[in-house]
Design a protein. Structure first.
Length: 322
């Protein structure tokens, strides 16, 4: 890496990070376009310290690669450090990715060492299934594919005729206290693979994040209690590469005792209605292909079809107590 400088990123580097994202996205033909707001959101995450949790590789004043490590403390079930990064397509094959990934794993272990040793620790990476460079690099460092997630799409041209279950009311997101939606979200995802609870800071950061549309989001209530949440997003910049105007059902969860009663289907139907009224053409959602709730099958019955897949790779880290 002669003539290249390695140093932490800062919030003032957001524009350089965005430029690198855009070059990488065009090369790999990914179905999204990053925005400056998204980059700034990641750099200001309350559980992310740029000077400790990021490294950028610079060639003069041009950012040619970066790596980051994120960790939202869980305190239960499992702890996971999530690694992410990009290498400029013009700089492939120079060993930059290997050096960054080695640092990411080292930093991920440092963060996990601060956690309860009785809880399993993992380092995880998420990537589109066709990004061959990344998957090859992960395997060299011992990260193995363990889970596949599907992005599914449904056109909004045909309404979804789904009745709301008796005794259940679908209300607007802003009619329910933020802390209550967080509590129900954590409870809903407690038995989902790889899921860990979000604290108040992380939940608020996501709700205020780029693309979040609380005006299009919904909550299911029964017997005076929140039983399901459906947080929806919209990324208008993606229309340039997808040719669609997508509403994203980004975070859909129903508490265990109310599953298989039609609550999720009702939340989806109302979301699709709100998307259509907002001028969108399609609905999108992501699902774990092995979701234990049977969500994948439900979505197919509601007219969604698989469009893309991402792969989760991981390595388990031993604690000092092992």
């Amino acid at each position: 890496m002669a003539d290249l400088e390695l140093r932490p990123l800062g919030t003032t580097d957001a524009a350089a990070v965005l430029d690198l994202f855009r070059r990488w996205e065009r090369y790999w033909k990914v179905p999204e376009i990053s925005s400056l707001a998204t980059v700034e959101e990641e750099l200001t995450d309350p559980h992310f310290t740029p000077e400790l949790d990021s490294r950028g590789v610079w060639s003069g004043d041009r950012l040619v690669a970066f790596g980051s490590v994120g960790h939202i403390p869980s305190g239960e079930r499992q702890e996971k450090a999530v690694i992410g990064g990009r290498v400029d397509p013009e700089m492939r094959g120079l060993g930059i990715g290997r050096r960054l990934l080695a640092w990411q794993i080292e930093r991920g272990v440092e963060r996990l060492r601060e956690c309860d040793p009785s809880i399993p620790w993992f380092i995880r990476a998420y990537e589109w299934d066709w990004i061959s460079d990344a998957h090859h690099l992960f395997s060299r460092f011992g990260l193995v594919p363990v889970r596949w997630f599907e992005d599914m799409v449904r056109p909004l041209s045909e309404p979804l005729d789904v009745a709301t279950p008796e005794a259940v009311e679908i209300v607007g997101w802003e009619e329910v206290p933020t802390e209550e939606t967080r509590r129900v979200s954590n409870a809903s995802f407690a038995d989902h693979w790889g899921s860990t609870p979000r604290d108040a800071e992380a939940w608020t950061h996501m709700l205020k994040g780029e693309g979040s549309r609380p005006d299009l989001s919904l909550v299911a209530v029964a017997e005076g209690q929140v039983i399901g949440v459906c947080l929806n997003f919209h990324y208008p910049q993606d229309e340039e590469v997808t040719g669609r105007i997508d509403g994203w059902i980004a975070h859909l969860g129903v508490v265990r005792e109310w599953r298989r009663r039609g609550v999720a289907a009702a939340l989806i139907a109302r979301s699709l209605e709100s998307f259509r009224e907002a001028g969108m053409t399609h609905a999108m959602l992501g699902v774990d292909a092995d979701n234990p709730t049977g969500a994948s099958g439900l979505y197919r019955r509601l007219g969604f079809e698989t469009l893309h897949r991402t792969v989760t790779s991981e390595i388990q880290i031993r604690s000092r107590a092992d």
